[in-house]
Design a protein around this ligand. Sequence first.
Ligand code: FAD
Length: 427
Amino acid sequence: MNRRDMIKGSLVAFVAITATPILADTVAIKAPKIVVVGGGWAGLSLVRNIKEDIPNAKVTLIEKRDHFVSCPASNSWLFDLVDLEFLTHSYIEAANNHGYDFIQATATGLDSKKDILKTTVGDIEYDYLVFATGIEYDYHEQTKGDMKLAKTLHDNYPPAFIPGSEHLTLKRKIQNFKGGNFIITVPSGNYRCLPAPYERACLLADHFKTNNIKGKVYLLDENNSITIKEEGFKTAFNKLYKDHLEYITSAKILKYDLKNKIVETEFDTISFEDASFYPNVKAPKLLEDLGLTTKTAYNRVEANIDHLTYKFKGLDNVYGCGDIRPMGFSKSGNTAYTEGQNLSKMIANTIKGKTLKWESPTTLCISLVSIKPQQEISLISEYKYGKNGETQFDSTFTDEKWKSNGLGENKAQFHWAQSMYDKMFYM
Ligand SMILES: Cc1cc2nc3c(=O)[nH]c(=O)nc-3n(C[C@H](O)[C@H](O)[C@H](O)COP(=O)(O)OP(=O)(O)OC[C@H]3O[C@@H](n4cnc5c(N)ncnc54)[C@H](O)[C@@H]3O)c2cc1C
């Protein structure tokens, strides 16, 4: 049976058969119940690593989707560089390989006094609970609270920054595009995957150029400069896509005329044939409803966690990690995965009665800027906290590379993605 068959045959709720637990530590620890909500990059890292750190723990992953679809490398899928199978993986297989339980359900509530998580398949008890529930879109600033406009923008011009049908819609738009202006927007603040809108714009411009489509990408950036890998993307825009990409900074859309397909910024009026509008992001509404969020520097709703312990403020055994965090780390998969590793160690040490100092997650991020030859720019970075607790790049670890020799294919992004899928699902 191949991976796809396993996914098709998935049950609504599945409990993996776990091997008899072996207690690695010399101190006998009562088997703790650890529940993780959200099977994304942070959650999958946590459940895998906590089983290694505390082998006798009863670890349960709660995820609303029946299979995993990767956002990293999805821009490559939009342009047929990888197929859907590369991005799609089975929670059942991951749970089986790593010895935790998987329940397909949506978390709906919390009784933190009784240590009970409420879900669509019933109550689940925990000793330690982690919310790793990713982001939701926040159209408030873009639409000034007009919910009808927000829905139309989302349904007709999807951002494709949360996995699922939005990506399919965007791919069809690209495939059916005959010419004219294609708008891509970049929101302000700390949005999910800082380089992804620039990478997507490059690949779309490359697609127009290679296939002689009389199209132009209008990349409207709400920020006053490229938010990450600035030198690399600027080089790509100027050297590779002069005729096919127009990059405009401080370009917040103030008016959408969707009937006539025109948008207005403070300085420009731009007509478009098609578009993908990316709004701000926030922590999921569930956390807001549970009173577990706070408003951060950019007035964004994010998890109200302590930046050193990942504990929700006021709760001693409930943690938050991944893109929901308020810290200024890059909202990226590698960051979420390594943060999951660190938090796993912290929870394990708490269980063992020890403490562990905060460690920085690692942002490792490789963006494609052209398809043939496949050229990439990469960045690796760690973080530190300033005196007032603000997040800073730790320059000792920050390194940006622009590989533009054009001599061959750089496939680092695919190798990185495959190695991460291996860790999360197979090894
Ligand atoms: C186009 C694109 C390209 C990207 N490229 C890269 C890249 O090259 N490298 C990189 O490092 N990162 C990249 N990223 C960013 C990366 O995808 C995210 O940062 C990462 O997915 C964050 O992980 P997470 O676990 O916090 O959230 P997610 O991966 O979104 O996982 C959250 C999970 O929680 C589940 N969930 C939410 N609410 C509930 C609930 N109530 N009950 C049950 N389940 C729930 C969701 O279904 C989801 O599976 C890219 C993103 C995009 C969109």
